[in-house]
Design a binder for this molecule. Structure first.
Ligand SMILES: Cc1cc2nc3c(=O)[nH]c(=O)nc-3n(C[C@H](O)[C@H](O)[C@H](O)COP(=O)(O)O)c2cc1C
Length: 326
């Protein structure tokens, strides 16, 4: 093997390791990387799909999209474009993409550093609203992936909040959903995945309450003094309800989230509103029927001096990266 090829392989392997930090639905980390030749294949891991919460696998593919984008950010930090082949092979529907080191470019590690700072922050944010210039930047980050970012207008927030609350009620009344929740909030430590009480927040009066994870243990994060008065709610929409669009929505979610982290903002996704079909349809109507809602998110300014949210657990490279046949 030439030294050049060896360096290329090392680079994509490193990118797949950085992608371990990507956010995923209930921290299921539903992907596998296979290193083959000079590229890495990204595979959706259906054994980690949530049958009750996500029967179509849309949030599974969104989560794969966040991992794909994280890998491209790692390549950019090393001074390479990512050469991505998006795959739609009916014989291998779970093969999401093939990633190779592309051309040399100017190294940029701004988003790469944000990979290690980004957290899901479910606490109420401060009164200061993110400025329009940053919201424009976030919109541009989503559009890079063909995904649109709609800011929920002030006069729509009440209807949006009712949609989130209603979706939560519908889900908690569904035993299949509760099974998923129980399975992924009671994972063994050595599984290195799932949601734990460490990243959940004590209850407080809120415009929109964070997802109720039904944890047996009390939430570990103090809600703090935030009011959510400056919080902005956004909805990512796609042009078609196709698997490729859900992957793109995940790439956009990652790009927007890392960008807002660089700008000193914080966020947490709200996916209940797309998980329940009638609520998703109502949300589409609320936004004027343009595009298909893929996921929503709350974005805000962290309260001054508040403790950082601790990093959540991840699997190791040996669990998620392998060679063909593994
Ligand atoms: C597709 C997707 C959907 C998510 N939905 C929610 C949600 O509805 N509520 C929530 O509090 N967190 C949600 N999250 C955040 C995950 O729970 C979080 O990424 C995971 O637990 C890992 O924690 P971290 O983001 O702090 O690294 C979602 C993440 C993704 C990628």
């Amino acid at each position: 093997m030439t030294q050049h090829l060896r360096a290329e392989i090392d680079q994509v392997a490193e990118a797949s390791i950085a992608a371990l930090r990507a956010p995923s639905i209930l921290n299921t980390q539903p992907w596998r990387w296979r290193l083959a030749g000079n590229h890495a294949e990204l595979w959706a891991d259906r054994s980690r799909q949530l049958d009750g919460l996500d029967p179509d696998g849309r949030l599974l593919l969104l989560s794969c999209g966040t991992a794909l984008h994280h890998a491209t950010v790692a390549l950019l930090a090393a001074g390479f474009d990512a050469d991505i082949a998006r795959l739609t092979d009916p014989a291998r529907p779970d093969l999401v993409a093939r990633v190779r080191q592309g051309n040399r470019c100017t190294a940029d590690d701004l988003l790469y550093r944000a990979i290690y700072q980004r957290r899901t922050d479910r606490r109420p944010f401060g009164d200061e609203r993110p400025v329009d210039a940053v919201l424009d930047e976030l919109r541009a980050a989503a559009e890079r992936h063909g995904v649109h970012l709609h800011v929920v207008r002030a006069d729509q927030v009440t209807a949006f909040a009712s949609a989130v609350a209603h979706a939560g009620d519908v889900e908690h009344a569904d035993p299949r959903f509760r099974e998923d929740l129980l399975a992924w909030t009671t994972r063994a430590r050595e599984d290195r995945d799932g949601v734990s009480a460490r990243s959940t927040v004590t209850p407080t009066h809120r415009t929109i309450a964070p997802r109720d994870f039904d944890l047996a243990r009390p939430a570990a994060l103090d809600a703090g003094t935030g009011t959510d008065r400056g919080t902005v709610y956004v909805v990512f929409t796609v042009d078609a309800e196709e698997p490729a669009n859900w992957v793109a929505a995940g790439e956009a979610l990652s790009d927007v989230w890392l960008t807002l982290t660089v700008r000193g903002l914080a966020a947490s996704p709200i996916s209940e509103v797309v998980e329940v079909l009638p609520v998703r349809v109502a949300l589409r109507r609320l936004l004027g029927g343009v595009g298909h809602p893929a996921i929503a998110m709350r974005i805000g300014t962290p309260v001054d001096g508040i403790e950082p949210v601790p990093a959540t657990i991840r699997r190791s490279g040996t669990d998620t990266v392998g060679s063909p046949g593994q």
